[in-house]
Design a protein around this ligand. Structure first.
Ligand code: FDA
Length: 453
């Protein structure tokens, strides 16, 4: 049995929790970070799979993600650019792979003009959205009451245009079917990256990676926490009141603290028994958030063979099982790695198959972009975050239709001594590591201020 007392208890050693812990320590407060897993990083995880270094969770950094960029620099980590020389590939409704450069897919002139017009409309709407307060927009209720799919289909009859516009926030970001979330949720996703155009620009949103993997961010942050980090310690019960909190974790660990930060995905709040129970508002709002679902597929080859054909590795198709794929070769690696994504209903579908059939179907889809050689990787791995008990999906949580304007404003509201921080409630950097760091800093700042006053 271990019974310790600290100023602040932090539940979760992901980017958000570890950022908060370091900020609090800098301000002279003592912390205990309790992590359910046997490792730090949460959705950041670099591992060796059959001799290949794979980034199983988050990896890319975009140029607007200043909080993450600053953290990477402060930790002395090096970045490198995603390989992007040569042609991208698009597979349209006819199933034919077409090469293209630039941002516009090689579609008919009519489809291109529909995509361009609606993109302009979306950029104008996104410019009006404050990513920290999307519910404050005068049309928030209206925009939160119509699904992303229904709104797009009301703009044009061109199915290929709708599919291409839809997947930027659908399959590629919120990783839910486009009828399952609202236009407002989609605008928030785009506003968190600065604009809809930024979000669809792979060279922007998937710009850089960290040499050695992005998990080094939480690993290095955790080193600074030292013995105040407790792995294999899922918090099961949290007693709370005016005097603070008492947390009971596995292994007989009890932590007493004046304040607490729950730094994990909101879908996991209900895994903790709160004593007394959380208020009605939190009981309700937490039920309207759910994780998206995407399989990140890693295929490693003896060489980046697609580069020999003048291909960048960047590939898209709203008709393919793997709706997007990229060159994901590690820094300085002779071997070539492709990463593909299988999202929402497609992910449900392939998990109905045996592992062998699933691999075959997914590699078949990649071969439509890169040719038959794509079917024979030397290492193949599927990141399946849906079966991770302490995450339960990927990439992050979002509101159901109508939930954002109804509950969003209370997502970050403290309950007594308990505060909430996670990428899934960020404005800028929403659903990204940058957002996790921003939320960690925000909540740590609030605690320091409250202690000071
Ligand atoms: P995170 O979920 O990382 O951390 C929470 C921690 O709390 C976990 O370690 C968990 O085990 C722990 N925990 C939960 N319940 C607990 C309990 N009761 N007691 C103790 N501990 C508990 N982002 C990006 O910027 N670029 C990218 O390229 C990608 N790509 C990407 C791919 C994939 C496959 C995934 C899954 C995710 C991404 N992301 C991403 C998203 C990014 O990884 C994610 O937004 C952040 O890492 C989330 O960090 P947090 O600290 O908020 O939560």
């Amino acid at each position: 049995m271990t019974d310790i007392t600290r100023d602040v208890l932090i539940v979760g050693a992901g980017a958000a929790g570890l950022t908060a812990a370091n900020e609090l320590r800098k301000a002279g407060l003592s912390v205990a970070v309790l992590e359910a897993r046997d490792r730090v990083g949460g959705r950041l995880w670099t591992d060796d799979v059959d001799g290949a270094m794979l980034e199983i969770g988050g990896q890319w950094v975009s140029p607007d993600q200043q909080a993450l960029i600053d953290t990477i620099a402060e930790l002395g980590l090096e970045t490198f650019s995603r390989y992007r020389e040569g042609d991208s590939v698009y597979v349209g409704a006819d199933g034919v792979a077409k090469r293209f450069t630039g941002e516009m897919f090689p579609v008919s002139a009519a489809t291109e003009s529909a995509i361009a017009e609606i993109t302009e409309r979306l950029d104008a709407m996104v410019a009006e959205i404050d990513p920290d307060r999307p519910w404050a927009h005068p049309r928030a209720e209206e925009w939160d009451s119509v699904s992303w799919d229904a709104w797009l289909r009301a703009q044009t009859d061109d199915d290929e245009a709708v599919r291409n516009l839809a997947f930027a926030t659908g399959s590629a970001m919120l990783t839910k079917p486009t009828h399952a979330f609202s236009l407002l949720q989609s605008l928030l996703m785009a506003a968190s990256a600065g604009s809809y155009s930024n979000l669809v620009d792979a060279d922007f949103i998937l710009d850089k990676r960290v040499v050695g993997g992005l998990q080094q961010v939480p690993l290095l942050l955790a080193e600074r926490i030292g013995d105040d980090l407790y792995l294999n310690s899922p918090v099961r019960t949290l007693e709370w009141g005016d005097d603070g909190v008492v947390a009971h974790a596995d292994g007989g660990l009890t932590v007493r603290a004046r304040q607490a930060i729950l730094a994990h995905a909101p879908v996991l709040y209900s895994r903790i028994s709160f004593v007394p129970a959380l208020p009605r508002r939190q009981h309700q709002l937490h039920q309207h958030l759910s994780m998206g679902f995407v399989i990140k597929v890693h295929a490693v080859y003896d060489r980046p063979f697609w580069r020999e054909q003048g291909l960048s590795g960047t590939a898209f198709s709203p008709y393919e099982l793997s709706h997007e794929a990229y060159d994901n070769t590690n820094h300085g690696d002779e071997r070539g790695t492709l990463v593909g994504f299988v999202s929402d209903r497609n992910a449900d579908g392939v998990f109905e198959l045996s592992a062998e059939e699933r691999r075959e179907r997914i590699l078949e889809s990649l071969s439509h972009y890169y040719g038959p050689e794509a079917k024979d990787p030397v290492v193949y791995y599927e990141s399946d975050w849906g079966s991770e008990e302490w995450t339960r999906g990927a990439y992050a949580a979002s509101f159901d239709l109508g939930g954002l304007h109804r509950y969003g404003a209370d997502l970050r509201t403290a309950v007594g001594p308990i505060r909430f921080a996670c990428s899934d409630m960020a404005g800028a950097g929403y659903q990204h590591v940058d957002g996790a760091i921003r939320m960690g800093r925000l909540v740590a700042g609030q605690i320091v201020e409250s202690v000071g006053s």
